[in-house]
Design a protein around this ligand. Structure first.
Ligand code: ATP
Length: 240
């Protein structure tokens, strides 16, 4: 059904030993939106994203992607979603080409070789296509991680700091690729970021977290008005 939200987070709580990383987060993201998840270090962004991916068992609450409960039914939607995370390394002993081929096969692409080539072209990976992924610079790895995240042309894309370690030009160029993916596919994108300009340019809506809770959820324009600020960087100082 088309009215099912792309992402739903319902009263999510995650407690690690004595740290409450996420403390009752609820969030609904409609299909086709690009939403930024912001907050200072330790605010709970990565824990929220990892729980949405179904890679982390919440202490309580639930996450759903395209209607599927990510603890119980994630296998029914894994082929329709993908993610990039600085905490999940791509196999370093494989070349970029081998990595993309492997992931294209894993996602059951009918022509993995062609898909790997196409991604290399779109993300300009050819200069290091046959180098071992473990030997790449941080910025090159970030680009390969995004290519991996796009390998199945996902309807729902979760990105955890997708432009970390990139120079400003490359970061801007990657933002355009992310935006293109929404335009071409109507994809829903949730991205955690520390980069306010990135969020201002890319996102329809911004969710701020502080100490595991959502403290603001609005469009960038609404937030600028509400806090009487001219840039999202200033809003961040007020809210985070
Ligand atoms: P950053 O911007 O620094 O990446 P974040 O907003 O993504 O931060 P999380 O990584 O979700 O925040 O961390 C939230 C809190 O949970 C932090 O206090 C962190 O130290 C703690 N935490 C995260 N993962 C674990 C873990 N595996 N074990 C124990 N504590 C953890």
């Amino acid at each position: 059904m088309s009215d099912i939200p792309a992402i739903e987070v319902e009263n999510l709580v995650k407690i690690y030993d004595d740290v409450t990383a996420v403390d009752g987060v609820s969030l609904t993201i409609p299909k086709g939106a690009i939403v930024g998840l912001l907050g200072g270090n330790g605010a709970g962004k990565t824990t929220t994203i990892t729980s949405i991916m179904g890679l982390l068992r919440p202490t309580s609450g639930r996450t759903r992607v395209l209607g599927a409960d990510m603890m119980r039914e994630r296998h029914s939607v894994l082929h329709r979603m993908n993610f990039q995370s600085p905490y999940v390394d791509l196999p370093g002993r494989l070349t970029v080409r081998q990595n993309l081929l492997t992931f294209a096969r894993l996602y059951g692409h009918p022509n993995p070789k062609a898909r790997a080539q196409q991604l290399a072209e779109e993300l300009e990976l050819f200069p290091f296509f046959d180098r071992k992924t473990g030997q790449l610079s941080a910025g090159q790895k970030t680009r390969v991680a995004l290519a991996k995240a796009l390998v199945n042309d996902p309807e729902v894309l979760l990105l955890d700091e997708p432009t970390a370690s990139l120079d400003p030009d490359t970061a801007g160029w990657i933002r355009d690729r992310i935006s293109d993916h929404r335009t071409k596919k109507g994809a829903t994108i949730l991205l955690a970021s520390h980069n306010m300009r990135e969020v201002e340019r890319l996102c329809d809506r911004v969710v701020f977290m502080r100490r595991g809770k959502i403290v603001a959820d609005a469009t960038p324009t609404e937030l600028l008005e509400k806090y009487g600020r001219e840039t999202m960087e200033d809003v961040f100082i007020d809210v985070a």
